[in-house]
Write a new protein. Structure first.
Length: 395
């Protein structure tokens, strides 16, 4: 078994820029990187430990946003836009008219109050291998002859198995946002469902709570990230440790969002469905017969226009929970097919830690909030460092 060694090695991403324009220099391990120019005084610390542990599932949830209303009907995306001349679905046509987001791991993480580097994932398959293959093999071939008594061998085996589990699941140590009292608070986290369009309104709410105070307020959202920038005077937090979390909801003003999930417990398909334009089957038959009667009575030489055949159904591709009766063979929106609900809000899975330190002697100015570009820059550097650290600790 390839074991993973967890150490309490950490990264402090910290910047302090003078009021004039300078180049940000950030040292990470043995690397020194000089890049980006900012104006303003900024100081932000993110201490990255081994990260939170998440058990991910073995499927990906897919989201498709269609902005152009002309591509939609009351069922979904117009079927003729996504099919070839034979009526077969063509994924490339869907790609051409939609913004898409894919959330792996069964959608276990949509938003978090820290960057993605602050989490560690293990899959269902990995956990299954550990519990049902690796550990049983160790237990089956454990050599008790190395111990004076059977009981000592059992105790050693139990301790070794626990050590393997601890290494696999990790210490589950969260990242820590750290600021001095009097500093403006600038934090960021990841968010997987950002669609770059003015037709979706996002509402970001950050929550800070602790024994020495609390604060709740709005934040902003950008590509794959959520941001918090709050003045120290507004937050008014005393020194101490606080929990910090973030919620994101959205409202679609134009277009439509579709969802697809191969979750074995609750599958949602993005597929073709049709809706009758008539209130009942009898009404449809009556319309069909009336059309045929009119067509039979029509004289092509009369100068009258040819009767128009009624539209019997409207077809589109949409998100469906398939609850059809096994004896029903149609693709109609009938009592056995229900449209899937699209979640419109997401909350962070964990409350992370925000630490306010007592103000130091040099903290005489109220520092400006870190720009989003700096946040992303530091996040990227953190990712480089952690990948390097994890590579060094594999054995």
């Amino acid at each position: 078994m390839k074991s993973r060694t967890f150490k309490k090695s950490f990264l402090v991403a910290s910047t302090s820029l003078a009021a004039c324009a300078q180049t940000a220099i950030v040292s990470i391990g043995t690397y020194t990187i000089s890049s980006l120019t900012f104006i303003g005084e900024v100081k932000a610390d993110l201490i990255i430990y081994s990260g939170r542990g998440y058990r991910t599932r073995n499927f990906t949830n897919n989201f498709y946003y269609v902005e152009d209303e002309s591509l939609l009907n009351e069922v979904g995306v117009k079927a003729e836009l996504l099919e070839d001349s034979w009526g077969f679905f063509e994924p490339d046509k869907l790609n051409a008219i939609t913004q898409q987001r894919y959330v792996g791991g069964g959608g276990t993480q949509y938003v978090q109050a820290t960057p993605a580097e602050c989490s560690y994932n293990y899959s269902e398959d990995e956990e299954d291998t550990l519990l049902n293959d690796t550990i049983p093999d160790i237990e089956a071939f454990w050599d008790y002859s190395n111990y004076a008594t059977y009981e000592e061998g059992e105790a050693a085996l139990a301790a070794y198995v626990q050590e393997i589990k601890d290494e696999f699941y990790g210490p589950n140590e969260p990242c820590i946002w750290q600021f001095e009292q009097g500093e403006d608070i600038s934090t960021w986290g990841f968010y997987n469902l950002f669609f770059d369009t003015p037709n979706i309104d996002y509402f970001v709410t950050w929550n800070i709570s602790g024994a020495n105070g609390s604060w709740t307020g709005s934040g902003t959202v950008g590509s794959d990230s959520v941001f918090l920038n709050v003045a120290a005077s507004d937050a008014n937090l005393l020194p101490g440790d606080y929990t910090i979390s973030v919620d994101v909801s959205f409202n679609i003003n134009q277009g439509r969002l579709f969802f697809e999930s191969p979750d074995p417990d609750d599958p949602v398909d993005f597929k073709k469905a049709c809706k009758s334009t008539f209130d009942s089957y009898d009404d449809e038959i009556a319309a069909y017969e009336a059309y045929n009667d009119a067509l039979d009575a029509w004289d092509p030489n009369s100068g009258e226009p040819e009767p128009v055949e009624p539209v019997y159904e409207i077809c589109g591709y949409t998100s469906l929970t398939d609850l059809r009766d096994p004896n029903w063979y149609g693709e109609f929106l009938n009592p056995y097919i229900e449209r899937a609900d699209i979640p419109g809000s997401y909350a962070s899975s964990y409350e992370e830690i925000l630490r306010i330190l007592p103000a130091s002697a040099d903290n005489e100015v109220v520092r400006a909030s870190a720009p989003a570009t700096l946040s992303i820059f530091l996040t990227g550097l953190g990712a480089i460092y952690l990948r390097r650290q994890r590579k060094l600790t594999h054995k």
